[in-house]
Design a protein around this ligand. Structure first.
Ligand code: CMP
Length: 140
């Protein structure tokens, strides 16, 4: 597998509890390199655009309200097989189902407030990275 990039968000429930460093330690410990990172406070409209694919889901309003309720940290992670590796270290979307040692098992509060987001495929990663970062901001 070639070197790959994926997009990651440390969500408001985690920034609120000062967990950015602890989560970054997990990511770096898994062999992922943080090649871009910035802290932002999204507007509701910006969160809605990011989660556009979920617009028809019943939890869309709850999700986008939460994602615009406090600061987030947007990141680009690089590594061998980075998309799958990040999803492994994040753990299952629902923390009740997440494996021991994963970010969500250790830190997530609930299905909605689950501490991190990670791209699910190469195409999504490219779109999500471009939504938050310019090429000049990716420093490998
Ligand atoms: P994420 O990886 O950011 O992608 C979409 C998010 O929707 C997901 O993580 C969850 O946090 C959230 N989500 C999924 N299902 C529900 C649900 N039933 N209620 C609230 N939020 C949900």
């Amino acid at each position: 597998m070639a070197l790959q990039r994926t997009f990651s968000i440390i969500k408001p429930d985690a920034t609120e509890r000062n967990l950015t460093g602890a989560i970054n330690a997990k990511l770096e410990g898994a062999g992922l390199r943080i090649v871009a990172q910035k802290r932002l406070h999204l507007t509701k409209a910006q969160a809605e655009k990011f989660y556009e694919v979920h617009r028809e889901r019943p939890f869309y309003d709850e999700l986008t309200s939460f994602m615009s309720s406090g600061p987030i940290v947007a990141q680009v992670l690089e590594g061998e097989d980075a998309i799958a590796k990040n999803r492994e270290v994040m753990g299952a979307t629902n923390p009740a189902e997440a494996a021991e040692g994963t970010i969500r098992k250790e830190f997530a509060r609930s299905l909605g407030e689950n501490s991190v987001h990670g791209s699910d495929a190469a195409e999504t990663a490219a779109v999500e990275i471009a939504y938050f970062f310019s090429g000049l901001e990716l420093v490998g």
